[in-house]
Design a binder for this molecule. Sequence first.
Ligand SMILES: C[S@@+](CC[C@H](N)C(=O)[O-])C[C@H]1O[C@@H](n2cnc3c(N)ncnc32)[C@H](O)[C@@H]1O
Length: 192
Amino acid sequence: MDHGDHVALIRGGAEGAGPQWLELGAGDGAFTLALADVLGGGAITALDLDRRALTALAARLAARFPATRVATFTGDFTRGLPPGPFEGVLAANSLHFVRDPVPVLRAIHRVLRPGGRLVVVEYDADRGNPWVPHPISFARWRTMAPLGGFASPRLLHRIPSRFLGSIYAAATERISDSSVLHSGPHGDDREE
Ligand SMILES: C[S@@+](CC[C@H](N)C(=O)[O-])C[C@H]1O[C@@H](n2cnc3c(N)ncnc32)[C@H](O)[C@@H]1O
């Protein structure tokens, strides 16, 4: 995939959401560059475990999209997120490192403005491998996102991949606080 593919995947989700974004598992910035391109400015907080990758990301952004403000944050997105509020969150090829992404979704919900956008890029598969341990098919993502307080995701774009079939991007919006977000583990959720 090249920059054009990255932009094509996320454009429909990033456009119109607002300028303040958080990216989870940004790596060295392939999708950060695409996001900056779509936003035409904006402010992106890029979070990753890998400090070196984030240093590379910041240099790439500064060289190609100097109008975009970038803050890097070295950390584990399963253990807490920068406080926000953000208007959009992007997770490209990163949620599949988590066996159960629902607690991460609930944490994203807390840092997103009401109506804020969540854009996910994932392999459309439910069986992983050592490199992509827990892929999330679009069908499964549609049932999972509401457990974190999000609307039913819409498919933005799909690109065939020799690796695990295809890669897709989907967008969803944070919906209002509901009982499901303040209950215990999602297996125990119940309506109030
Ligand atoms: C496959 S790379 C994807 C990078 C970039 N988003 C892309 O699509 O090109 C996954 C990235 O997620 C990061 N990552 C994985 N688990 C993470 C976690 N729990 N917290 C923060 N970053 C994580 C890795 O360090 C890596 O940089």
